[in-house]
Design a protein around this ligand. Structure first.
Ligand SMILES: *Cc1c(COP(=O)(O)O)cnc(C)c1O
Length: 308
C-alpha cells in the first residue's frame, strides 16, 4: 500500500463506469506542508539539520505553496526560514494576503524584492542574498531554489510511487517539473507518466532531463488556460461540483487543471478503460483563500473552501 489514501474518482468526473481512475491523496500528508511540497522538503530539511544550518532560505510569489510549506517544515524542525518574495509592491499589501500571513505566522522572515532582482538572483548563493538584504547571520543558510526543486527534492518525490506498480499511467500537475522528475524516477519501466502543466512551456522538460534519463513521460500544455494561476468561472464550477460530489477539495492552480485535463484525455479517447490510471493530488489547498480574494474583486463565484 502507498503511504497516502487511494480513492476511485472516475464517477465524480462523469466518466464511464468501466474506467479505472484512482486519486492518490498526497494532500493529506500534512496540514500545511501539503502534498508534493512535503516530499520535496523531506530530505532538504534533513540536510539542513545534519549540516547544522541555522535555517533555509528560499523563494516564491505572493501565493506560493512552497513558501508556506517551507515555513511550516522549518518550524516543525525548529530551524529558521527566510522567504524572498517576488514583487516589491507586495510589501505594502501582504498582511491581507493569506499565504504570506500564514508563512509569517509560522516564523518565516519575509523579504520583498523587485521582479528584476528576483529574476536575476534566484537560485543564487547565500552570500549574495546575505549582502544584498543585509541578513544578520554568522552561518550560511541552506538555499533552496524557487519551487523547491533540487536533487534531494526529486529523491523525496520518487517515493510517492512506492507500491503503485499496478497502474499503467500516472498523471500529475507540473510547475517547475521537479515533482514529475521524481515520479519518473520512482516509476517502473512499463509505466507512462503524464504531466499536465499549470503554465505554458518554460523549460520544464529540459529541467526534468537534467534529473532523469528515462523517456517514459510527456508533458501536456493544453490545460493551463493561458497563463499560470489563470482562473475562469468554469474552472471554479468544475472544482465546486467535484468537491460537492466527492468531498475532495482541489486547488485552483494545479490539481483542478490537472483533473480537468485528465477528464479531457479520457473524453477524447487519448486515455481509455484499457489502462489503469493513477492521478496524484499534490495538495496546494492553502491557495484557495488567496484565489477567493481575487474572485471576490471580480464578483465571480467563490471556490468552496474546506478550511472555512
Ligand atoms: C508546487 C506544486 C506543484 C508543482 O510542482 P513542481 O515540482 O514545481 O512541478 C503541483 N501541485 C501543487 C499543489 C503544488 O503546490
Amino acid at each position: 500500500m502507498p503511504l497516502s489514501r487511494l480513492q476511485p474518482i472516475g464517477s465524480f468526473l462523469g466518466l464511464h463506469d468501466s474506467i479505472s481512475l484512482d486519486l492518490l491523496r498526497e494532500d493529506e500528508l500534512h496540514p500545511l506542508v501539503s502534498g508534493n511540497k512535503f516530499r520535496k522538503l523531506k530530505y532538504n530539511v534533513q540536510a539542513a539539520l545534519q549540516g547544522s544550518y541555522p535555517g533555509i532560505l528560499t523563494f516564491g510569489g505572493a501565493y506560493s505553496n512552497h513558501l508556506v510549506a517551507t515555513a511550516a517544515a522549518c518550524a516543525e524542525a525548529r530551524i529558521k526560514s527566510i522567504g524572498i518574495v517576488r514583487g516589491e509592491e507586495v510589501a505594502r499589501l501582504w498582511k491581507g494576503n493569506p499565504t504570506l500571513s500564514t508563512a509569517a505566522g509560522l516564523g518565516m522572515e519575509l523579504h520583498f524584492v523587485s521582479r528584476e532582482v528576483y529574476a536575476s538572483k534566484r537560485g543564487n548563493v547565500w552570500a549574495d542574498w546575505k549582502s544584498l538584504l543585509g541578513l544578520d547571520s554568522s552561518k550560511d543558510y541552506l538555499v533552496l531554489p524557487e519551487g523547491g526543486t533540487n536533487e534531494l527534492a526529486i529523491q523525496g518525490c520518487a517515493e510517492i510511487l512506492e507500491d503503485c506498480d499496478d497502474y499503467d499511467v500516472v498523471v500529475a500537475a507540473v510547475g517547475t517539473g521537479g515533482t514529475l522528475a521524481g515520479l519518473i524516477r520512482g516509476s517502473s519501466p512499463q509505466q507512462h507518466i503524464i504531466g499536465i502543466s499549470a503554465l505554458p512551456e518554460s523549460g520544464m522538460s529540459d529541467l526534468i532531463r537534467t534529473f532523469t534519463k528515462r523517456t517514459n513521460w510527456e508533458i501536456r500544455y493544453d490545460y493551463h488556460g493561458g497563463r499560470y494561476a489563470s482562473i475562469t468561472p468554469d474552472l471554479v464550477q468544475f472544482m465546486n461540483t467535484f468537491y460537492q460530489q466527492s468531498g475532495i477539495p482541489l486547488d485552483p492552480v494545479y490539481t483542478a487543471k490537472m483533473l480537468w485535463g485528465l477528464k479531457e484525455l479520457f473524453n477524447s479517447g487519448q486515455l481509455s478503460s484499457d489502462q489503469r490510471v493513477l492521478a496524484i493530488h499534490t495538495g496546494g489547498l492553502q491557495g484557495i483563500a488567496g484565489m477567493n480574494q481575487k474572485l471576490e474583486k471580480k464578483q465571480w463565484p467563490r471556490i468552496l473552501d474546506p478550511s472555512e
